[in-house]
Write a protein that binds this ligand. Sequence first.
Ligand code: IPM
Ligand code: MG
Length: 372
Amino acid sequence: MAKYKIAWLPGDGVGNDVMEAARIVLDQLKLDADYIHGDIGWEFWCKEGDPLPQRTIDLLKSTDCALFGAITSKPKEEAAKELAPELRNKGLVYNSPIVRMRQEFNLRTNLRPCKAYKGNPLNYKDDLDLVVFRENTEDLYAGVEFHPVPEKLNSVLHELHPKMKKFADTDINDMAISLRIITRKAAQNIIRDAFEHAKRYNYRSVTVVEKPNVIRETSGLMIREARKIAQQYPEIELWETNIDAMCMWLIKNPLDYGVLVTSNMFGDIISDLCAQLVGGLGFACSGNIGDNYAVFEPTHGSAPKYAGQYKVNPIAMLLSCRLMLEWLDELELANRLEIAIASVIQEGKVATYDMGGSSTTLEVAEEVARKL
Ligand code: IPM
Ligand code: MG
């Protein structure tokens, strides 16, 4: 029996292309693992009405961690139209499988390193080294939403909050509510993870990115917890920056920053910005990490128009494999993989179109494998 059991979740679109690339590299590294395929993605929504079938959840429960490619997701109405005829009008609602995995397995930390590898022609600035810690289960992603707003909720809100006066004349059918829920426990967890990372890898600061001047309670809670936790790390400075200003500072002075920590929605936004500073989504890797389980994925989408063309950059996926190896405590393999990826980027001879090259997804993976 192999040392690890890894759920293999290509998903759809270019998810398949980049997972094939991952396999080339993991095989070359001789990671002692069994890879077990799981059904997930758009196809299963259309055919079965569920893009993350129960059998796949059961598979995840029986494995050490999962590697995930990409999944197409569409807004509610468009998704409903693509269901098999016999599944239509049954009230099935499309929910993003990655968001569900994060919640069902309490993968509370979304770790998104964004590093400018030397020689990458797409670097915004050389030497950039940012790591985003994004809370991964709460906030607007908790999915507690209403439209129309139930009468009961509407009247309780009017009773409890003077600012509801503004909506006194609005019909409940003409209003939608999405709740931003942040718990102290989740705030503490993500902030502690960020500080621990800063300590382990010698970053001198942690920047908490919120908007407490306007969103006083939820962002306020994040900031207050950050201040408390920061006291336990006297060698690391805590910086507080508003999300809007952060977007500006990251363009103006990105080298000033290291570890960023934030809530789910702001983390979603800021991590795309950080990804673009180091070459775009072709370089954006991530780990969705819980106490006992983790799912690793490139953060790019499924790019359906490129599916099966082996055009997209596999580096985001290969860097996600590196994060997985690190999480499995296969530090030597993780290190070798990063060195190999860095050297392929630096040489620049084998590169996908986004980097100005003409190599395929698999050629890049093979070149990385050769360097191992
Ligand atoms: C990400 C993605 C997802 C998210 C989508 C695909 C639901 O944008 O991982 O950043 O919003 O979290
Ligand atoms: Mg995103």
